[in-house]
Design a protein around this ligand. Structure first.
Ligand code: SIN
Length: 309
């Protein structure tokens, strides 16, 4: 029987498949519902110090089957209200807060507060592709030094996962900077900066105009970026988990990311239409490993890296 257990910071997860930030995780009710799936952990929608109303609608549109464009505008009630509504230790399943701030100081305050509220690890959103001027700082991961500053400010309070944008020339360089600054893990990719247009209405499809592309179409980009991150970390002799995401919709997609060097994955967009899919993806990974005769994830994880020596 395949062993799917993984370690992330101080957490032990029953399997490597997590609910990605931003999907089915914006209210306590939905988080509780998702806790009944087989996820190894749940990641919350980004939480900021002060509440954010979000952008005008439409905020998320499926533009071709399985591929979405969104610009939600990081809507959330703000840290204190979030923690009151949803104590982080409510569920047996690990809940990992995703944090977003405009400055390293914002991120630090958020990290300190959630650590005091019981979080064991946080994911830092350094990569929302469509920040407004007054929501600055969210594309921090386009600048290795800026990303490292946020990691240094936060990782003294608890372990941190740096969530990176694919929209850079050398994502490996950014990942290495984050790791050297103290990141416990790297997650990638956030959505790709995008635009789609309604020809009838002669206007952008989204209320915000620009948005981020997610779902099936971005999987090959995610795989390449995860491979580049894994290779860059290996070249520096750095051994931290890479958490792959982008367009995962079945167990084969999970295997693809693990072969490219990911230790864990996050699943998001494909659950919009069917939350139950998460359980199917977990059991599908187990079935694939049993069929292949693999006992543990490390039996095949990273195997494709050798192709790109
Ligand atoms: C959003 O809330 O607009 C999306 C956040 C993100 O992609 O990081």
């Amino acid at each position: 029987m395949a062993n799917l257990k993984v370690t992330l910071g101080d957490l032990s997860l029953k399997n490597p498949i997590m609910l990605a930030s931003g999907i089915l995780d914006s209210t306590p009710g939905i988080l509780k519902r998702m806790a009944q799936t087989d996820a190894g952990a749940l990641i919350t929608k980004s939480i900021s110090l002060k509440g954010r109303p979000g952008y005008p609608g439409p905020t998320a549109v499926e533009i071709s089957p399985g591929t979405w464009i969104n610009a939600m505008g990081l809507p959330n009630p703000g840290l204190q209200d979030f923690l009151e509504e949803f104590p982080l230790t409510t569920l047996k399943l690990p809940v990992i807060p995703n944090l977003v701030g405009d400055t390293p100081k914002d991120f630090e305050t958020l990290a300190r507060e959630v650590a005091m509220a019981g979080a064991k690890i946080v994911e830092l959103n350094l990569s929302c592709p469509h920040p407004k001027a007054n929501y600055s700082g969210n594309l921090t991961s386009q600048d290795p030094k800026a990303a490292a500053d946020v990691i240094e400010a936060t990782s003294k309070h608890l372990p941190v996962i740096a969530k990176l944008t694919p929209n850079v020339t050398d994502i490996g360089n950014v990942a290495v900077a984050c790791a050297k600054a103290g990141a416990t893990a790297i997650s990638a990719i956030n959505t790709l900066p995008a635009l789609d247009v309604d020809p009838e209405l002669e206007r952008p499809i989204l209320g915000n105009g620009f948005g981020g592309l997610s779902g099936a179409a971005i999987r090959p980009i995610g795989l390449r970026k995860v491979l580049e991150i894994s290779k860059a970390l290996n070249n520096e002799g750095i051994s931290i988990p890479v958490i792959g995401m982008g367009g995962i919709s079945d167990a084969d997609d999970v295997v693809r990311y693990l072969l490219c060097g990911a230790s864990m994955v996050q699943v998001g967009t494909c659950l919009t239409s069917n939350p139950e899919k998460l359980a199917t993806i977990c059991s599908g990974l187990c079935d694939w490993m049993n069929r292949k005769g693999y006992k543990k994830l490390s039996d095949f994880q990273g195997r494709i890296l050798d192709w790109f020596e």
